[in-house]
Ligand binder design. Structure first.
Ligand SMILES: [Zn+2]
Length: 173
């Protein structure tokens, strides 16, 4: 995961106050993270880390577009991402993440936020995502339509009907 080393945030090393990070994440980021929902996209990510007594507040801002597969035509479509998320972290004995608070081992004191950035982006993808009407890939739509009747044909040859037919045929004898 060397590719994601630039997403390390040195919590222990920072003095009280605020530190800002800015990243532009692109396709190579998504291929390194290997998340299930997003394989391509471009996002501008801004992170402001605020250190207060004994804790850290990490405020992420994501702005850009990711590519996801359209539910209707299975071709890629752009999904705009604009999100703001806050994470809280503190230093402790061993790593823990309960969703609200991340405990970062104090020996290391470094938190890699690559996966957090990925998750914040993935959260913005609507459950059902389709192209606007008429914008679906024509090629894919035609291909899918030609598959549909074949599926129906298969359904009509339900093996149970063949069994029933055998019984009926036997009764006739
Ligand atoms: Zn589509």
């Amino acid at each position: 995961m060397e590719k994601l080393d630039s997403y390390k945030v040195d919590l222990k090393g920072m003095s009280e106050g605020t530190v800002s990070y800015n990243w532009r994440v692109e396709d190579d980021f998504f291929s390194a993270v290997q998340g299930p929902e997003i394989q391509q996209g471009q996002l501008d990510v801004a992170l402001r880390v605020k250190r207060t007594a004994g804790a850290y507040e990490l405020k992420f801002q994501l702005d850009g577009t990711v590519k996801v597969l359209c539910d209707r035509c299975l071709d890629y479509m752009d999904c705009p991402i604009r999100a703001e998320h806050v994470l809280r972290a503190k230093l402790g004995d061993e790593f823990a993440d309960d969703g609200d608070l991340i405990v970062v081992p104090k020996d290391d004191g470094v938190l890699n936020v690559a996966w957090n950035i990925y998750e914040f982006a993935a959260l913005e993808i609507p459950l059902r995502h389709v192209h606007p009407d008429g914008a679906c890939s024509q090629q894919m739509t035609v291909a899918l339509d030609s598959l549909a009747p074949a599926e129906e044909k298969e359904k009509s040859i339900d093996p149970r009907w063949n069994e029933l037919k055998k019984i009926l045929d036997n009764n006739k004898k």
